[in-house]
Design a protein around this ligand. Sequence first.
Ligand code: FAD
Length: 482
Amino acid sequence: MKPPLLLHSHLSFCHTAKHLAPIPTMVSETSQSKNVCVIGAGPSGLVAARELRKEGHKVVVVEQNHDVGGQWLYEPSVQGEDPLGRNAFLKVHSSVYESLRLTSPREIMGFTDFPFLVKKGRDMRRFPSHKELLMYLKDFCEFFGLREMIRFNTRVEYVGMLDYGVCSNDLKWVVRSKEKKSEKVVEEVFDAVVVATGHYSQPRLPSIKGMDTWKRKQMHSHIYRTPEPFRNEVVVVVGNSLSGQDISIELVEVAKEVHMSSRSLNISEGLSKVISKHTTFHLHPQIDTLHEDGRVTFMDGSCILADSILYCTGYSYAFPFLDTKGMVVVDDDRVGPLYEHTFPPSLAPSLSFIGIPRKILGFPFFESQAIWIAQLLSGKKVLPSWEEMMKSIKEFYQSREAAGIPKHCTHEIANFEYCDEYGDNVGFPRIEEWRKQLCISAIINAHVNLETYRDSWDDDELLQEALQSPHFTQLGLEDSHM
Ligand SMILES: Cc1cc2nc3c(=O)[nH]c(=O)nc-3n(C[C@H](O)[C@H](O)[C@H](O)COP(=O)(O)OP(=O)(O)OC[C@H]3O[C@@H](n4cnc5c(N)ncnc54)[C@H](O)[C@@H]3O)c2cc1C
């Protein structure tokens, strides 16, 4: 099935590798409706679909899984997945483990017009289980009638430019997808593609001497689900990020010993408290060598005999379906060039990315990205020139370099002001003061009270202020109370 090709466009492109800059033509005064393919029905894809439709576009969301939710659609079975996730196309998308509870309090997570309310009969905790966030996303879908736009069980295998190499007035995209059960392959042409495929699935693995010849168990946290398979084992957990900490805390209850290997021994007060409580929980520097006989030697010369290695070393950006002829590349976890982490200057706005930034208040930020993309596609807004976008990207890279921030952290924002200024492009509301303050207080609490921060806090006053704000009262739903 080929959707009708629309002839309107406000930019024309010369698609040759040598001429990456778009050639601006006339900007239409009237609002244009585009045929848009959104890839992924996680939080980013869902809010993108809603905003695109609101702006008058025709939207198809292609989702490889059987339901909405993205990372939050828990997948208990990881059979068939490579334990280190070394396949280009992974079988399992979600990296969520059974016991996972949110690391951010629910009240700061919601989309601006759809608060993450407490619902009777459900998980009413401030830091609920991952299942509750999935319910929230399903409610969001129901409330805005988004399901009808989604084609489930269909994986996008290829996205590329139509008529690449031919100078035309209109850039279009070929999207090839495969339905899981029937294996039917469909090729369609769209005016625009929004990539919303997430980036917490593809394992980012360290390079350790002996890793390839290690004969015992080793896996990445992407396929970790429960501590049970590690009962009575000596486990080395590599990395002390959020998942490394969370998983170690539950492993220490069943494993014989847990050895956390960390780049820095300068750990948080919270983690240090947990380690000192358990005689079987040890902290080590980085691993030097993994030996075939099961010995693990650390950089300080110490050595243990281990049964398993669990890499909690984070995730990489990967777009195995995307062919941009080198106009967007992933280099050491920098996806670029991307203007404002969203638009490849040579291909935008017909190609865009939602959800690339890390260390932000995710859902509202995705929402502002979606609005900007929708308004660019309709012609209501226009991007700066190619030269200006490239200059801005270059300056951003230089400023990060000057601040000593490594390339693989390019998309780590950790800055409320950035998000506010980003939203200003489309008149998106600035982050409420209570949202910022609750976010900060949760981070501080987790830092000091790692084991208890999800159940005990001292920001009740702020919480009450939040709950009385228009964000929480706007829907006036009767079955919800906080
Ligand atoms: C263990 C863990 C804990 C987390 N905890 C928090 C937290 O407490 N708070 C928070 O805000 N965030 C947390 N996150 C981050 C979380 O990823 C985001 O909240 C959010 O899910 C990102 O949404 P997304 O839509 O961008 O990506 P995803 O949720 O990853 O959704 C992407 C979707 O794209 C689909 N897809 C991918 N490739 C294709 C393809 N080729 N064809 C078709 N469909 C495709 C996937 O199936 C998926 O449905 C956590 C992540 C992990 C892994």
